[in-house]
Every structure is written in C-alpha cells, then in structure tokens.
Design a protein around this ligand. Structure first.
Ligand code: NDP
Length: 275
C-alpha cells in the first residue's frame, strides 16, 4: 500500500484507469433532491467517486449532481451496474443507464450479480462496451472465486474490479487474495456492515485507542487491506466523518484484532448460491 494516502489517492486498475480509494455509495439513497444534495455535498467535500446502479433508481440524480458540480467530469469516477434481469440485453441497458445519468461515459460498469444463465454473454457485452469507450473499465460484483474461474475459462479479459460485501465481520480473505493474484481490485460494499455492529467492543476499543470513530476504524481496515471502500450516508456530518480515514493508521495488532472478528456474517445475501 502506498504511503501517505489522501482523499484523492487512487488505485491503478489492471487496464491503467485510476480509481479513487474512497467512494460514496448511494444504495437506498432516496431518488430526487436527497440524492442530488448528498452527491453534491460529497463532491464539494473532496469525494471523487460515486457508486450507483440501475437497481438503486437514482442514476438520474447522481448524473444531475455530477453534471452540476464545479469538479470537472474527468476528475469524478462514476460507477453503475447491469441488473441481472438485463443480462440478455446488456448494451441496451447500458445505453439506458448512460441516458439516465446524462453522461457520455462511465468510469466503471459492473455486472451487478452473477445471474445464472447469461452472465458470460453479459461479460462479452461489457467488454464491447469498454472497447467502444462507453465505460473506461468493466468489472463484476458479487462474484465468488467459482464465478471468476468460470469467467476466466470463457474470456481472456480479466475484470478490473470485483465489488463484494467486505468488512471485519465478513473478511473474505481467500477471495481477496485470489483477486490480488489475478490483478482484480476488490471493492468493499457495505464496508460499515450497514452500521449494525458499530458498538462491537473490539471495534470501539480500537476506536478509542486511535482516537477515531468506529466507522472510521472499519473503513480504515478496508483501506489497509488494499480494498476500495464505498460507505453510504445521506448525512453531511457522516459524509465528512467517513472521509477522514487517511490521516491515521491501524497497527498490525489492531488489524489482527479486527481480522479476528470474521464470522462469515453477511448483511446482504450469499452469492455462492447463484450457479
Ligand atoms: P454501509 O456499510 O455503507 O452502511 C450504510 C449505513 O450506515 C446507512 O444506514 C448509514 O445511515 C449508516 N452510516 C453511514 N456512515 C455512518 C457513520 N459514520 N456512523 C454511523 N452510521 C453511519 O452499507 P451499504 O449497504 O449502503 O453499502 C455501501 C454501498 O455499497 C451502497 O450504498 C452501494 O453503493 C454499495 N452496495 C453494493 C451492493 C452490490 O450488490 N454491488 C450491495 C450493497 C451495497 P445514514 O445514511 O443515515 O447516515
């Protein structure tokens, strides 16, 4: 991991594209003014990466905030995702997402989850979307090692990113190491475990030691494992809090204590059932 990370630090994807280490997630961010105001606030306060999806119903608001921002478009990293139901019509779905966003391109387009049946065909479509310049990078989400092995047997194009649930209670070490070996950036979704375990005594103990909040400790843990973190908040004070994770470091002992919280505990669903 590079020294002296800052809010504008990036990770270099396998095709050379730079992806900011911190992003704002907008799942369950209500469509309309709330999402527009949230994204604008985050961009005004240094965030340069927004993670949306067709499924979230707020691509139009994300796009409106990005377009209205004084931050130049090329400095903002925008991700959106292909719905499982759209696997047989990925190019059409992508064109629809771009239209909703009101943008000429996205930085990253992901297969949202490994829908049984057409996911290999969907991957080929994403590769073509990237070649056409519609997405600067393409990747997957909710892919297990088995899904990635299946993809490798089919295509020579390695996904730039695998976005999966990843936090101390779900430390997917094997998947993380596999992705690192293959040159795939692991992006942590629900990096705060949806704020359900912020009062866990180990996390509060570490937080007290480093004089930070529990949320900051969880996000920093994700960064120090070399992942990209995309916490969601609609509250200005938390958007700021979640961005202040670049000026402290967790010791090896604290990292080990947090690693040991792993209980394979998901806040979402287990994609290994998607065969
Ligand atoms: P998070 O782990 O980011 O937690 C979000 C929750 O934590 C919200 O309820 C938020 O409430 C609260 N919160 C945020 N910051 C703080 C803080 N500093 N202190 C206390 N509470 C806080 O969960 P998400 O599931 O939203 O994941 C983040 C992003 O990951 C999503 O928004 C989405 O972009 C992506 N994602 C992708 C998935 C996929 O299948 N690819 C699945 C799930 C998520 P409030 O808003 O009120 O502050």
């Amino acid at each position: 991991m590079p020294e002296q990370l800052t809010l504008s630090s990036t990770l270099r994807l396998n095709n050379g594209v730079a992806m900011p280490l911190l992003g704002l997630g907008v799942f369950r961010s209500p469509p309309g003014e709330t999402t527009r105001a949230t994204v604008s606030y985050a961009l005004d306060h240094g965030y340069r990466h927004i993670d949306t999806a067709k499924a979230y119903g707020n691509e139009a608001d994300v796009g409106a905030a990005v377009r209205a921002s004084k931050v130049p478009r090329k400095e903002i990293f925008v991700t959106t995702k292909l719905l499982g139901d759209d696997h047989g019509r990925a190019k059409k779905a992508f064109a629809h997402s771009l239209k909703e966003l009101g943008l000429d391109y996205v930085d990253l387009y992901l297969i949202h989850w490994p829908q049984p049946g057409k996911r290999l065909e969907a991957w080929d479509a994403l590769v073509e979307i990237q070649k056409s310049g519609g997405a600067l990078a393409v990747g997957v989400s909710n892919y297990t090692v088995a899904h990635l092995e299946e993809l490798f047997a089919h295509s020579s194009v390695v996904p730039a990113v695998n976005q999966v649930e990843f936090h101390p209670f779900l430390f997917q070490k094997e998947l993380l190491e596999f992705c690192k070996r293959k040159g795939i950036a692991l992006e942590s979704y629900s990096p705060l475990a949806k704020a359900r375990r912020l009062d866990h005594p180990v996390i509060s103990g570490v937080a007290r030691r480093v004089n930070r909040t529990a949320a900051q400790v969880m996000l920093r843990w994700g960064l120090q494992h070399g992942t990209v973190v995309i916490p969601k908040s609609n509250r200005p004070e938390r958007i700021i809090e979640n961005s202040r994770i670049f000026d402290f470091e967790l010791s090896a002992n604290d990292m080990a204590a947090l690693d040991a919280l792993d209980a394979n505990a998901r806040t979402s669903w287990d994609p290994s059932a998607m065969r």
